[in-house]
Design a protein around this ligand. Structure first.
Ligand code: KIV
Length: 290
């Protein structure tokens, strides 16, 4: 009998040894892909949240999330657009660099915006490199098996790719709006095949947006990479929310969002208090003057 470990067990041993070494000696400050895989294997939920600037990134990094998504949702959450479509590479580079400067622990995923990867794998690699230079640990792109060659090309360039299937906001017009995807058997099978094809192409994680909980569970069970859900129920390996929704910065939030704070109201209240203090000549007082 051979005394060699089977390949999978060997790989597991190597990963274990590397992370022990890192933990004990190198104390890596950033979360890496193997940490996320380890959490997945240990059934520890992974938390991801969006951030688009250094200030918010620092606050959410301090809260201990494992992943920060510099989402192209910056378009509709911060920049006043009605969709993610107008978001450019330049906007994403600026936001990614700011998030990187504001953090020292979370794994940073930056979205490849609409029009930056669809034309060819070469275009995708070119723009993925730009986001990595700006500070991303991985890039995310929307789309199914059709984009497997693109995921493979970016992966071969040495860049981590996070896939995104289900409702994909960049294709909102083609999908007929934000609708739950994978409701019938055929669509569910297609989503499962998409997930497997993207994993095979090298994706390190996959975002599942607006899919029934049972479909997300099925994909999570057949995947060997972490699944991160948004509007996808409780059975994924992790969850992602848009920070402005999560913190109560908007008047309306989708049904799948829970508001964990009322930061918007706190900001309006603080601004009203400031305005009143200025009007009443209570601010600046002696203590704020030189
Ligand atoms: O841009 C974004 O915020 C996203 C999430 C909805 C997953 O892609």
């Amino acid at each position: 009998m051979s005394d060699q470990l089977p390949e999978a067990a060997h790989q597991e041993n190597v990963e274990e040894a590397v992370s022990r070494l890192e933990g004990e000696q190198f104390k890596p400050s950033r979360i890496r892909v193997h940490h996320l895989r380890k959490m997945m294997k240990a059934h520890e939920p992974i938390t991801m949240i969006t951030a688009y600037d250094a200030v918010i990134a620092r606050l959410v990094d301090n809260a201990g999330v494992e992943m920060i998504l510099v989402g192209d949702s910056i378009g509709n959450t911060l920049l006043g657009y009605s969709s993610t479509v107008p978001v450019t590479m330049e906007i994403m580079e600026t936001a990614t660099a700011a998030v990187m400067r504001g953090t020292n622990r979370a794994f940073i995923v930056a979205d490849l915006p609409f029009g930056s990867y669809e034309e060819s794998p070469q275009q995708a690699v070119h723009n993925a490199l730009r986001l990595v230079r700006a500070g991303a640990d991985a890039v995310k792109l929307e789309g199914g098996a059709h984009f497997a060659p693109t995921v493979e090309a970016i992966t071969n360039a040495g860049i981590n790719v996070v896939a995104h299937i289900g409702y994909t906001p960049q294709s909102d017009a083609a999908l007929g709006g934000p609708r739950v995807q994978g409701r019938n058997e055929r669509d569910e099978d297609r989503l499962a095949q998409d997930a497997l094809a993207l994993e095979k192409a090298g994706a390190v994680a996959i975002v599942l947006e607006l899919v029934p909980a049972a479909v997300a569970q099925r994909i999570t069970e057949i995947s060997h990479i972490p699944t991160i859900g948004i509007g996808a129920g409780p059975h994924t390996n992790g969850q992602v929310l848009v920070w402005t929704d999560m913190a109560g910065m908007s008047d309306w939030v989708p049904r799948f969002v829970r508001r964990f704070g009322e930061v918007g109201k706190a900001l309006t209240d603080a601004t009203s208090a400031y305005r009143d203090a200025v009007r009443n000549r209570e601010f600046p007082s002696q203590e704020h003057s030189f």
